[in-house]
Design a protein around this ligand. Structure first.
Ligand SMILES: *Cc1c(COP(=O)(O)O)cnc(C)c1O
Length: 394
């Protein structure tokens, strides 16, 4: 059988990522491929670095995209900052904290876990207690925006506590970047990683990272070489570093970087604060609609992420059947629960380009229909009306 070209169906992506990609980004990615050491390309790389500094709100010189997805950005932070024997305190309140533990152990470090319930924010008091009990800890790591539950932790406070005990900090900002306030320099974060397919609404496959001078000091003065050749920042810096001299390290994903450049131009034109406000406004509208249908949030109001809305699946409703109906009848993707939340929650993303009035109303109308078919009792239009009221008042 002859295989034909692949044409993906047109979807609306309102899950935990990837989110809907702005067509401007796809168009940018289809532009001509040039050499990755071409002066024109190197100039664009410098612009990407500058725009990423803006997105992260940092002056860190080492701010760049790792040529691989968010998980590689995570690994890049851990393999460079953790040496064999190092003790690392990990605050876990969902799936992604568990991956941090895996990373620490594979680097030969010892992970001390500080656990909070899934759906809760990280408790700063528990971190402080763990630091008191482990005065030899070198690094503290936590997830700013836990995509598995929709909980947001107080990154500024957690970093401040870690620094009081002389620890470096590694922060997962894969879902928070560009969706909710994040200020790398003001909050004094030492190492941070993100992804392109969440609130930047770019295609998946790149991981913006940023490292403070303090983190770089540690990396330059390591006792051992970094066990990953590809992610060793001492080598990567020769390619992404300043000064215009670029030594070949690996072939950058040229067209993927055109896409990131375009997504960051879009963010710059909208303005970071405006992007944060847009996520907040549409979250409030979506929330009003969901609550009018009797659907409840997993996370307390004070710690809810606007861009990731985890809601409890009503008693007796078939998780997979609803998601399948949304996909087949509305071409709408929402997220399933992860880990201990599998089968218990849906995760509705309002990320980046997908965070707009049309999508909020569309998703609510689709849910009204599909849940109505499986027996939910409410007046048709109730959710859309509730959301429209919030949007009109905003
Ligand atoms: C999506 C996500 C990741 C992993 O990113 P990939 O691009 O899938 O590798 C890591 N941490 C958090 C919080 C995420 O939401």
């Amino acid at each position: 059988m002859t295989v034909r070209s692949f044409h993906p169906p047109q979807r609306t992506l309102m899950g935990p990522g990837p989110s809907d990609v702005n067509p401007r980004i796809l168009e940018a990615m289809s532009r001509l491929t040039i050499g990755h050491l071409d002066p024109a390309f190197v100039g664009m790389m410098d612009e990407v670095k500058g725009l990423l500094k803006y997105a992260f709100q940092t002056e860190n010189e080492l701010t760049m995209p790792v040529s691989a997805p968010g998980s590689a950005g995570m690994e890049s932070c851990f393999v460079n900052l953790v040496e064999p024997g190092d003790k690392v305190i990990i605050c876990q309140n969902g799936v992604f904290g568990g991956r941090m533990k895996e990373n620490v152990e594979r680097c030969g470090g010892t992970a001390v876990m500080v656990e909070d319930s899934w759906g809760d924010a990280v408790d700063p008091q528990k971190l402080e207690d763990a630091l008191k009990a482990n005065p030899d800890a070198k690094v503290v790591a936590f997830v700013h925006a836990e995509t598995s539950t929709g909980a947001q932790s107080d990154a500024e406070t957690l970093v401040e506590i870690a620094h009081q005990y002389d620890c470096l900090t590694i922060v997962d900002a894969v879902t928070s970047l560009a969706g909710t306030p994040l200020k790398v320099d003001e909050w004094k974060i030492d190492a941070i990683y993100s992804g392109t397919q969440k609130c930047l609404s770019c295609t998946p496959g790149l991981s913006p990272v940023s490292f403070s001078e303090r983190a770089l000091d540690k990396i330059r003065n390591r006792q051992t070489t970094v066990q990953s050749w590809f992610l060793d920042l001492n080598l990567v810096m020769g390619y992404w570093g300043g000064g215009g001299k670029r030594a070949y390290h690996h072939t950058a994903p040229v067209n993927a970087l055109y896409g990131l450049h375009e997504s960051l131009v879009i963010l710059q034109d909208e303005g970071l604060e405006n992007a944060w406000a847009r996520h907040h406004k549409h979250h409030l509208a979506l929330r009003a609609g969901l609550e009018s249908m009797g659907l409840g949030f997993v996370v307390d109001e004070a710690h809810r992420l606007p861009q990731l809305n985890a809601i409890t699946i009503p008693e007796g409703v078939d998780d997979a059947a609803v998601r399948t109906a949304l996909l087949q009848d509305y071409s709408l993707e929402i997220g399933a629960g992860l880990g201990v939340m599998a089968g218990k929650v849906w995760r509705i993303g309002l990320m980046g380009h997908a965070c707009n009035t049309r999508n909020v109303l569309f998703c609510l109308a689709a849910l009204e229909d599909v849940l109505g078919r499986v027996g939910a009792k409410y007046e048709r239009g109730v959710a859309v009306n509730a959301a429209e009221k919030v949007l009109a008042a905003a």
